[in-house]
Write a protein of this length. Structure first.
Ligand SMILES: Cc1ncc(COP(=O)(O)O)c(C=O)c1O
Length: 385
């Protein structure tokens, strides 16, 4: 086996979850998904497709009608995106891996804004690339980008800049001005941007049915060195379906089709039909979901912030509260104690990088916000408050 594969760290979130294995009394907020099931109108589309016998291989780049629908969807949120620039993938994580495979190889430098969902930084390592980490910094509970530090880190030697905003786990979101500066800088250095925008719709500062976090697709030219990775998982409650997509410059589409052939060959047709239904219902469904998540956020955050010794900022996007408790510097040990002693399942900050040691991530996406209140009670009792 290659050394880098043997040395890949296991998931520390799973490590905490395993500590609670077999215990039905644990309130689990550790994984990045809602406890709400995928809406009926999406599930029914997949069932219909299976009934119709759509059980065969599909086109590498996705069904033409889904690529068209994604082009219309992206265009309704951002600048227009030609369907020829879209590749349907088997999940967001698959989309990100394909993007990295296309751009970074052995010895290449990838600059990543961290802390971040660990899959993003493991992918270049699997491919033999080197990762330079540029840390966000906590200021009074909120995480901020040191733009100067990022610009200094991205040089003509940097193949890829990897940035996830709204960010998992911190909730940090890029501003339009920061995006413009970063894009202009990467144009000068010739660096590709891989933008992970899977949480773009889970944005609480926006308004209207098509509210969306600032995206690189609002400002980039079609042939800029930019790949944007997306997923159906978060905006449509479809984590288990494994469906995502990429927006790439047209010159890369054919190569992306080849890479998909060698990775998964295609996304399943019945899952793509579900994706088509999701997009058709997006304007009716997504605003309600965002409203429910906002209720969850506004239930959890003030209660956490009110606990003495707890530091947390209200996130603009995503579905996570990221917080720190004074005196609890070993997040893995603390998260395990919370599971075994308090029945509260959270993700340890260190799972997202050493920069986030001492922090905890709480996924607040729940159809029953009162469960969040129950969780805060458990935390309070564990802290002896
Ligand atoms: C930042 C980020 N990107 C991408 C993904 C991938 O989502 P999926 O593979 O379910 O589409 C996740 C999932 O948690 C994520 O947090």
């Amino acid at each position: 086996m290659r050394q880098v594969i043997a040395e890949l760290p296991g998931s520390k979130i799973r490590e905490v979850a395993n500590a609670g294995l077999g215990r039905s009394d644990v309130l689990p907020f550790w994984f990045g998904e809602s406890d709400e099931v995928t809406p009926d109108f999406i599930r029914e589309a997949a069932v219909r497709s299976l009934h119709d016998g759509e059980t065969f291989y599909a086109h590498n780049l996705g069904m033409p009608e889904l690529r068209e629908a994604l082009s219309a969807y992206a265009g309704s949120l951002h600048r227009s995106v030609d369907a020829g620039r879209i590749a349907v993938t088997s999940s967001g994580v698959n989309a990100l891996m394909l993007a990295m495979q296309a751009l970074a190889g052995a010895g290449d430098e990838v600059v990543a804004v961290v802390p971040v969902w660990p899959n993003l930084t493991s992918q270049p390592v699997i491919l033999g690339a080197r990762v330079t980490r540029v840390p966000l910094r906590p200021q009074g509970g909120a995480w901020k980008l040191d733009l100067e530090a990022l610009l200094a880190a991205v040089t003509p030697q940097s193949k890829v800049l990897l940035v996830n905003a709204p960010n998992n786990p911190t909730g940090w979101t890029l501003s339009r001005a920061e995006q413009e500066t970063i894009l202009a800088h990467c144009q000068r250095t010739g660096t590709w941007i891989i933008a992970d925008e899977v949480y773009e719709r889970l944005y609480f500062a926006g308004e209207g049915a098509r509210s969306c976090a600032p995206s690189f697709l609002d400002i980039a030219e079609p042939d800029d060195r930019l790949i944007v990775a997306h997923s159906f998982s978060k905006s449509f409650l479809m984590t288990g379906w494994r469906l995502g997509w990429l927006v790439v410059p047209a010159a890369l589409t054919e190569a992306m089709g080849k890479l998909i052939e060698f990775n998964t060959s295609c996304a399943p047709t019945f899952v793509q039909r579900a994706g088509l239904a999701a997009l058709a219902g997006a304007d009716d469904f997504v605003p309600g979901l965002v409203q429910r998540l906002k209720t969850c956020r506004d239930t959890l955050l003030p209660q956490l912030a009110a606990l003495p010794g707890v530091h947390v900022a209200v996130p603009d996007g995503g579905m996570y509260a990221f917080f720190r408790v004074d005196g609890q510097d070993d997040s893995l040990a603390f998260a395990k104690r919370l599971v075994t002693e308090a029945g509260l399942g959270l993700a340890p900050g260190v799972a997202f990088g050493a920069e986030a040691e001492g922090w905890l991530r709480w996924c607040f996406a729940s159809k029953q916000p009162e469960r969040l209140t129950e969780g805060v009670g458990r935390l309070r009792r564990q802290l002896g408050l």
